[in-house]
Design a protein around this ligand. Sequence first.
Ligand SMILES: [Zn+2]
Length: 291
Amino acid sequence: MTSCHVAEDPIKKVAIFGGTHGNELTGVFLVKHWLENSTEIQRTGLEVKPFITNPRAVKKCTRYIDCDLNRVFDPENLGKKKSEDLPYEVRRAQEINHLFGPKDSEDSYDIIFDLHNTTSNMGCTLILEDSRNDFLIQMFHYIKTSLAPLPCYVYLIEHPSLKYATTRSIAKYPVGIGVGPQPQGVLRADILDQMRKMIQHALDFIHNFNEGKEFPPCAIEVYKIMEKVDYPRNESGEISAIIHPKLQDQDWKPLHPEDPVFLTLDGKTISLGGDQTVYPVFVNEAAYYEK
Ligand SMILES: [Zn+2]
């Protein structure tokens, strides 16, 4: 994916969201730290606001209370009439949209970084929502280059039906950051350090951009969402096979049609099938067992 230089207005308002999923603790702890001491996220001329998006889920250390906050920033939910009967996360989405949006308006925040963890072995991941976003392609190129030799992957969620209405989508430039593997409700120092560096490099990029630094055309490798693969399930909807050991921890690596994907408890291997090689992500992500 390539980008050419485009002249744009300076970036003024940036938010860093943690706790969109209350049991993904790296973002929760970084944001709480920055709320106490924001020195490391300040950049001249830039307003950078750390924010806990789902405080009730954070308090209970659970993904959400009533429904997934990271799926309800669509016009229908954001436009619903205020009522105590609405799911907590829908009410919260409306508050967040009021504070950092409104979505698709001139007044919205310029950039929102939304911090997530995954139980999958995905390392540092940047999530891109729009392949035509030259500014973010340049930013992601900068972050990838700065982190090297530590790998940093770009996951493009542009898809007619699989793209979802994220919390960060109220910003002009939405940036999803996911780092793993880390169990839910757990903090790992290596993961925290990697996420912290991603934010540092991103803010440095914005600072350089605002200072008028020229960024030459660049290209980045992206992995584009193609389809969701659910677990095999029995008639009651219960999972009837587990991730095959040969696929475990193999995120971002090529998976061929004949390669094993699932293993049943009576030892039957289920392979990928189809006729193309894919690059799996969110392999054995804990949050996706319920779907
Ligand atoms: Zn998450």
